[in-house]
Design a binder for this molecule. Structure first.
Ligand code: NAD
Ligand code: ZN
Ligand code: ZN
Length: 342
């Protein structure tokens, strides 16, 4: 390595503005690789991280970004299953212990010792990043780094969310929130044979959902989504996946669900929502949270992409645009995903 510094967008203190400046080149430790980043998606989670929105906070200064794609240029000590020159990705589940009850039972996403990319470990909003080679993503050959990046968080998260919804082919699935996560969720749900209904508060997002295969859409600003979905489906949707960034959408999910249905929460806006006990009991609803996905989920999610069944709607930007993109995300103005090209 000749360079000792590189440019990155840093959260110096909680707030909406990142500082693009020089940071020091890290040295890969055991099981780690140094990666020259080619692209990184900008997830709404990065905005929550920068603003310190959640009860468990990152510790400034830190570099966000957990949809990073790049080339391995140096390996740390130990044996590795990736080689210099391989194209890999960092993810939210940056590493896990491999030995706790959650790791042992196929729930590594819940590991007590997990490290999170762009949160507890510096992420992909910079020209270089570290990955743990045991947990990093392997990017399908020939993929455009800008286009594949959103699969690393948005894609795997909604793919897993759809799986745990237990909704079957031919059944209805509501995707509430058609942003970075939601527009990919529509595509996975279609690919899995579900009948997709999309709900958002912006007509352009609903148009995007239709382009990706939603058969019915509801603008929750202008219509009661529970009423509209109950009527269209004749009794409610079997599955509801909430990726929206407003707590209101979480409460509305209960009204959209069918008796015996399953609601999965992926979105993570700060706050609470009122939950009607009577409806949950009398409709025998299952409500579950879902956090990103395991390495196996990630392989599967990337395989859908590699086989052309999923194609994120992505516009590219530069590292210096990151604050402007945050501003757009805050106001729901991003279509699909914005991805930094380095
Ligand atoms: P985004 O900003 O790209 O999309 C959010 C969408 O929600 C927008 O289309 C917006 O119009 C819509 N929306 C806002 N208010 C709404 C309402 N009342 N009803 C319906 N739709 C509404 O964000 P994103 O990157 O897709 O992330 C979405 C959320 O998911 C964030 O809170 C993020 O932190 C979270 N997330 C969770 C996981 C996980 O593992 N569970 C992983 C990634 C992201
Ligand atoms: Zn994310
Ligand atoms: Zn563990």
């Amino acid at each position: 390595m000749t360079d000792t510094m590189f440019r990155a967008a840093v959260v110096e203190e909680f707030g909406p503005t990142l500082n693009v400046r020089d940071v020091e080149m890290p040295t890969p430790g055991r099981h780690q690789a140094l990666v020259k980043v080619q692209a990184s998606g900008i997830c709404h989670t990065d905005l929550h991280a920068a603003e310190g929105d959640w009860p468990v906070k990152a510790a400034p200064p830190f570099v966000p970004g957990h949809e990073g794609v790049g080339e391995v240029i140096e390996l740390g000590p130990g044996n590795h299953t990736v080689s210099v020159g391989d194209i890999v990705g960092n993810v939210w589940l940056w590493s896990a212990c491999g030995t706790c009850e959650h790791c042992r039972t196929g729930w590594e996403t819940l590991c007590n010792e997990a490290e999170y990319g762009g949160y507890t470990v510096d992420g992909s909003f910079g020209n270089y990043m570290l990955v743990d080679t045991r947990y990093c993503a392997r990017i399908p050959e020939g993929a455009d780094p800008v286009e594949v990046a959103p699969i690393l968080c948005a894609g795997v998260t909604v793919y897993k969310g759809l799986k745990v919804s237990e909704t079957k082919p031919g059944q209805f699935m509501v995707i509430s929130g058609v942003g970075g996560l939601g527009h990919i969720a529509v595509q996975y749900a279609v690919a899995l044979g579900m009948r997709v209904i999309a709900v958002d508060i912006a007509d352009d997002k609903l148009e995007l959902a239709k382009r990706h295969g939603a058969e019915f859409v509801v603008n929750a600003k202008h219509a009661d989504p529970a009423e509209a979905v109950q009527e269209y489906t004749g009794g409610g949707s079997h599955g509801v996946l909430v990726t929206a960034v407003h707590p209101q959408a979480f409460g509305q999910a209960i009204g959209m669900a069918r008796k015996g249905g399953t609601i999965v929460f992926n979105g993570l806006p700060p706050g609470d929502f009122p939950a009607p006990i009577f409806d949950i009991v009398f409709k025998a609803l299952t409500i579950r949270g879902s956090l990103v996905g395991t390495r196996q989920d990630l392989e599967e999610a990337l395989d859908f992409y590699a086989r052309g069944m999923i194609k994120p709607t992505v516009a590219e930007c530069t590292l210096d645009d990151v604050n402007a993109v945050f501003e757009e995300l805050r106001h729901g103005k991003v279509e699909g995903r914005m991805s930094i090209r380095y």
